[in-house]
Design a protein around this ligand. Structure first.
Ligand code: BTN
Length: 239
C-alpha cells in the first residue's frame, strides 16, 4: 500500500527484513523528498552499534528517508528523539519520561524506543524508528531495562503513533530550520535524564564516569571527567 501522511509519501509492508534497508531500496528510484516505510513485521531489525533489534509484532517499525546535509547528522538524531518523546508524552500527561543521549527515550527509566540513523542514497539519510507499543524483548540484557506503552497502560497502535510522529517531526524540522540546533538542544536538555549529575559512559573496551555537562553544537555529549570537559562521539550512557 502506498499513500501520503501529511507531506510524507508512505509505503506499508506486511513483512520486511529491516525497514531501514527497504527504505534505502525504494528511495533509489524516487524523486520524492520525504519518504517513509513501515512494516507490520520485521524479521531482521537492526539496532545501534551492530546490535539486533528484536521486533515484536504490533510495535512500530518505521524508516524515514529525507535529504539532510551530512554535517548536521548529529542534529537529526536529536530532532528524532525529541519527536518520539513528544508523541509519548502527549499520550499520557503524568508519565515519567526522559531523554538519554544520544537518542533514547526512557519511560520510568526504561527504554521504550530505538533510533538508528544511517546514510542513504545521494544526499539522503535514513532514520529508523522503533517504538515498543505492545511488547519488548524480555531477556536481552539485564543492563538495558525496557518497557512498552501497553505495559504502562496505554493502548494504541502503530498507525496512530506513526501519524502523531510525522506531525511532531515536521514541527521540529521546521523549528530547526527557523531557529537552529540551539532551539532543539534547549528543549532536549530540559528533558534529559541526569543533566548536571553523575553518569557512566560505556565504550567497547572501557568506561568513564563523570558529570553530564551538556551537549555541544554538533550533538556530542560533554562529560566533566577528572576536571576536564570531554567530548564524547559514541557510547552507551548509564545512570
Ligand atoms: C537502537 O539500538 O536503540 C536502535 C534501534 C532501531 C530500531 C528501528 S525499528 C525500525 C528500523 N529498522 C531497523 O532495522 N532498525 C530501526
Amino acid at each position: 500500500m502506498s499513500t501520503y501522511i501529511e507531506d510524507w509519501s508512505w509505503k506499508d509492508f506486511d513483512e520486511v527484513g529491516s525497514t531501514n534497508d527497504e527504505a534505502k531500496k525504494h528511495f533509489i528510484s524516487s524523486d520524492i523528498k520525504k519518504f517513509v516505510v513501515t512494516a507490520k513485521r520485521q524479521s531482521s531489525g537492526r539496532g545501534r552499534r551492530g546490535r539486533n533489534w528484536v521486533s515484536i509484532d504490533g510495535n512500530l517499525f518505521a524508516s524515514f528517508v529525507l535529504d539532510f546535509e551530512p554535517k548536521y547528522i548529529g542534529v537529526l538524531s536529536f530532532i528524532v528523539s525529541l519527536s518520539v518523546f513528544d508523541v509519548i508524552k502527549n499520550l499520557s500527561s503524568n508519565i515519567d519520561i526522559k531523554l538519554k543521549w544520544p537518542n533514547d527515550v526512557l519511560v520510568e527509566g526504561k527504554k521504550i524506543s530505538g533510533i538508528l540513523v544511517e546514510k542513504g542514497e545521494g544526499d539522503s539519510f535514513v532514520v529508523g524508528v522503533g517504538v515498543n507499543i505492545v511488547g519488548y524483548p524480555q531477556d536481552i540484557n539485564p543492563l538495558y531495562h525496557a518497557t512498552s506503552l501497553q505495559e504502562l497502560g496505554i493502548i494504541t497502535d502503530r498507525i496512530v503513533i506513526l501519524k502523531n510522529y510525522i506531525s511532531v517531526f515536521n514541527k521540529y524540522l521546521e523549528l530547526w530550520k527557523k531557529s537552529g540546533f540551539a532551539a532543539i538542544r534547549d528543549i532536549w536538555l530540559k528533558n534529559a535524564k541526569n543533566i548536571g549529575q553523575r553518569i557512566i559512559v560505556k565504550f567497547e573496551k572501557e568506561e568513564k564516569e563523570g558529570i553530564f555537562y551538556g551537549v555541544d553544537d554538533n550533538g556530542y555529549l560533554l562529560l566533566e571527567h577528572k576536571g576536564n570537559i570531554e567530548r564524547i562521539y559514541a557510547g552507551d550512557v548509564f545512570f
